[in-house]
Write a protein that binds this ligand. Structure first.
Ligand code: AKB
Length: 316
């Protein structure tokens, strides 16, 4: 029987992954591990909830022992833009926290899901259809921690046989919990502003193409990869996955189909623009498709329609 811990459980991915896992495996079998953000009642009362600072190994181990955990989804991370403001803080959360997870997974024989990101690539990686295995020389601290994480996960599998698995997420779009401090965050903020104020000022240039995904597909990727028979996996960690790639201008055109009066302005943030320019436009996800049947459901039009419907209900 799976006994699951989701660390970073109150974050953008975790706050939706926890309910999805509870529905699939039973509420009592999925522990939500939160830290910085206060959990909403669904997370804190819909099943076990614990405070876990992943950079504190003792706190992490205690929860794993208390619930007899055998599967960990390790999600906490300081995202790209925030990591540039505090590089050592990002290293501490993103790498020290991960090493704690890997050591615990080794000792307590847990399977471990670890997300990487498009940020693991840099300006010298091929930009379009970025291959699964290619040059990785990121120029952001977030990217450096993500490449380090990918290598550590490979190492713990090869050296100790730890069942590590993971994907490289593009920018994630969701209506439930806001991301915090990423470069792709505009693609979430724009929906709130379109519904509330009918206008948005974007911090990226209008033709900045980036790889993106709607949250239901991101959850499906994490759950499916952890379910697949590992003998099918040639790669284990850091699978490229993608669903759509668009520019702010293209996203605006799609939103305008639903809210014609919506207006966009641009006020470029040079730090975020530099980060975005250093990342791929779109990944090649053929290895994930071949090895574990990855296939996203949402494209730009279906994501925009669903996002506006769900968010307008949420905002009332
Ligand atoms: C960010 O913008 O930092 C993240 C990511 C692409 O990993 N959303």
């Amino acid at each position: 029987m799976k006994r699951i811990l989701v660390t970073g459980g109150t974050g953008q991915i975790g706050s939706e992954l926890v309910p999805a896992l509870r529905q699939k495996y039973g509420s009592d079998n999925v522990v939500c591990g939160g830290h910085r953000r206060n959990p909403d009642p669904e997370l804190a009362e819909g099943g076990p909830y614990e405070v876990v600072n992943v950079a504190n190994a003792d706190e992490y181990v205690d929860v794993v022992k208390k619930y007899g955990i055998n599967v960990i989804y390790h999600l906490p991370a300081i995202l790209s833009a925030k990591a540039e403001e505090n590089p050592m803080g990002a290293w501490h959360v993103n790498v020290t926290g991960l090493i704690n997870a890997l050591e615990i997974a080794r000792e307590y024989k847990c399977s471990l899901f670890v997300p990487s990101s498009i940020a693991a690539f840099g300006p010298s990686s091929p930009k379009w259809k970025t291959p699964q295995d290619t040059i990785q020389r990121p120029q952001t601290m977030y990217g450096v921690t993500k490449v380090t994480g990918e290598l550590l996960c490979d190492y713990y599998f090869l050296k100790y046989g730890v069942d590590t698995r993971g994907v490289r997420y593009p920018g994630l779009i969701s209506y439930k919990t806001l991301p915090g401090g990423g470069t792709t965050d505009y693609a979430v903020e724009i929906f709130y502003e379109a519904l509330k104020n009918k206008k948005y000022t974007c911090y990226l240039k209008k033709d900045t193409r980036m790889d993106m995904m709607y949250m239901p597909d991101a959850l499906k990727a994490a759950i499916d990869l952890m379910e697949v028979d590992p003998s099918k996996l040639v790669h284990r960690n850091a699978f490229n996955i993608t669903a759509m790639a668009f520019t702010p201008e293209e996203l605006v055109l799609e939103i305008k189909k639903h809210i014609p009066e919506f207006e966009i302005y641009y006020d470029v943030d040079p730090v975020k623009q530099g980060i975005a320019d250093s990342w791929p436009d779109m990944l090649d996800d053929s290895c994930a498709r071949q090895e574990w049947g990855w296939n996203p459901e949402y494209d730009l039009p279906t994501m925009v329609k669903d996002m506006l419907e769900k968010l307008s209900k949420k905002l009332g």
